[in-house]
Design a protein around this ligand. Structure first.
Ligand SMILES: Cc1cc2nc3c(=O)[nH]c(=O)nc-3n(C[C@H](O)[C@H](O)[C@H](O)COP(=O)(O)OP(=O)(O)OC[C@H]3O[C@@H](n4cnc5c(N)ncnc54)[C@H](O)[C@@H]3O)c2cc1C
Length: 394
């Protein structure tokens, strides 16, 4: 098995380096996603031809059945290109929705939505955060799903529904019982986005760029959206439970992606430092401050990887709940580590680092959000510290 995984990782690495690195042109890094999407969709066919499709899927769906720890290693390699996860159909939020539907959806929903999602024929989104309420405390939420015979009627206002532009369905978090205990109030309901009550408001500009298609974050409204009650995922009132289930592996995926980005930034930093000549025979790499960037980055990336893989192993063995503290720890540690490494790599590149002629500034703009989504740093730190201190308060 060990050799098999190593071979798989090598194959993916070679695909990413030969097929995806050349796509990092200034034009592709500054344009909308829809510009490069047809090329990536063609490359998906190539991924299928070389037997690398379905890396994130379980065996019963024709996937590779990788453990979370093994998929984590895959995710690191895919992340070394900004186009890696999409080309291999392992991108958020679809990967999380695939896991969710595979575990909790009815056969009818699986046939209609999960199978085409797994084949890469459609896209999806996850619609939880609302502009009017603090996302850090999602038990407070304005969106409601009221039962009406065999249907739910959904009303609400959401934003940061990533990849809603062009998606076929959303998994919507909505309050189904306002009188229940805070964590039992909401449910997750699948909403097809061709529903007449669904309103796409806009793609929100992020760091000066609204983006489009998969690479976008939408503001949307659900205005009297009617869906059958059979579109409920899991049981009523289990919205938070499912969200926690989703976020455990989801945070491993994100963290391993952060490590891939840091590793690639590190490689670019080292390559540039050894080529940029400051004076006759004197290179950036000969400067002590640059050497310190490189040494610190090497150790920080390796430390983060060990932490994340150890957490993935714990989730594989004992489930997300048992690894809760570690998951909080890796989320803020790895996100900050990645941003430090990208920043050092940009500094090393000087003015060139600020341009879109190298991928670093693309990541600097797009990945700042890593300290906010899936739980802001402060929330994870407080949650971890509270759990540690509980032991001392006994
Ligand atoms: C690029 C991006 C993509 C996203 N994708 C999705 C998506 O697909 N679907 C979706 O539903 N949501 C998505 N989100 C939303 C994201 O999950 C929320 O932004 C996040 O949960 C924080 O909620 P908020 O923005 O309402 O900030 P708030 O909850 O208002 O918090 C604001 C700030 O206050 C601080 N803070 C909060 N709580 C505490 C505390 N307890 N102690 C100390 N400080 C605190 C933090 O610094 C935090 O950043 C995305 C966000 C971004 C930026």
């Amino acid at each position: 098995m060990h050799i098999e995984i190593e071979n798989l990782l090598q194959k993916i690495k070679s695909f990413v380096e030969t097929e995806l690195y050349p796509l990092e042109t200034t034009e592709n890094l500054t344009g909308n996603f829809s510009q490069i999407e047809p090329i990536l969709l063609r490359l998906r066919e190539k991924v299928k031809e070389v037997g690398l499709w379905g890396l994130a899927l379980p065996l019963d769906m024709g996937g590779k059945g990788l453990s979370l720890m093994q998929f984590g290693k895959v995710s690191e390699i895919l992340a070394k290109s900004p186009f890696g996860h999409f080309t291999f159909n392992s991108q958020a939020p679809d990967i999380g929705n695939m896991e969710l539907l595979h575990k909790y959806a009815s056969k009818e929903i699986k046939d209609k939505y999960l199978n085409p999602l797994a084949k890469g024929e459609i896209r999806s989104c996850f619609s939880m955060t609302e502009p009017e309420f603090a996302g850090s405390n999602p038990t407070r939420m304005g969106t409601t799903a009221i039962k009406d015979g065999d249907n739910y009627i959904i009303n609400g206002h959401k934003w940061f529904t990533s990849s809603a532009d062009g998606a076929t369905f959303a998994v919507v978090m909505a309050v189904t019982d306002a009188d229940a205990a805070p964590h039992n109030r909401a449910s997750q309901i699948l909403v097809p986005l061709d529903n007449p009550g669904y309103e796409f408001v806009r793609n929100i500009p992020i760091m000066g760029h609204a983006g489009d298609s998969w690479a976008s974050h939408a503001e949307v409204r659900y205005n009297n959206v009617v869906v059958p009650r059979s579109n409920l995922i899991g049981k009523e009132g289990e919205g938070f439970l499912l969200a926690q289930e989703r976020l455990g592996p989801g945070r491993i995926h994100h963290c391993m992606r952060f490590i891939g980005i840091a590793e690639r930034s590190f490689e670019l930093m080292c390559e540039y430092a050894t080529k940029r000549e400051l004076a006759e025979g004197k290179y950036l790499a000969d400067m002590q401050s640059i050497q310190h960037f490189i040494a610190e980055s090497r150790v920080e990336i390796d430390a983060a990887r060990l932490l994340v893989l150890d957490t993935a192993d714990k989730i594989d063995q004992f489930g997300s709940k048992a690894a809760r503290n570690q998951i909080s720890g890796i989320k803020f540690y790895t996100a900050n580590m990645m941003l430090r490494v990208i920043d050092r790599a940009i500094q090393t590149h000087g003015g060139l680092g600020m341009t879109n002629d190298v991928v670093l500034s693309f990541w600097y703009a797009h990945e700042r959000a890593a300290r906010i989504y899936d739980g802001a740093d402060e929330v994870h730190k407080s949650s971890l510290a509270k759990s540690i201190l509980k032991e001392y308060r006994k």
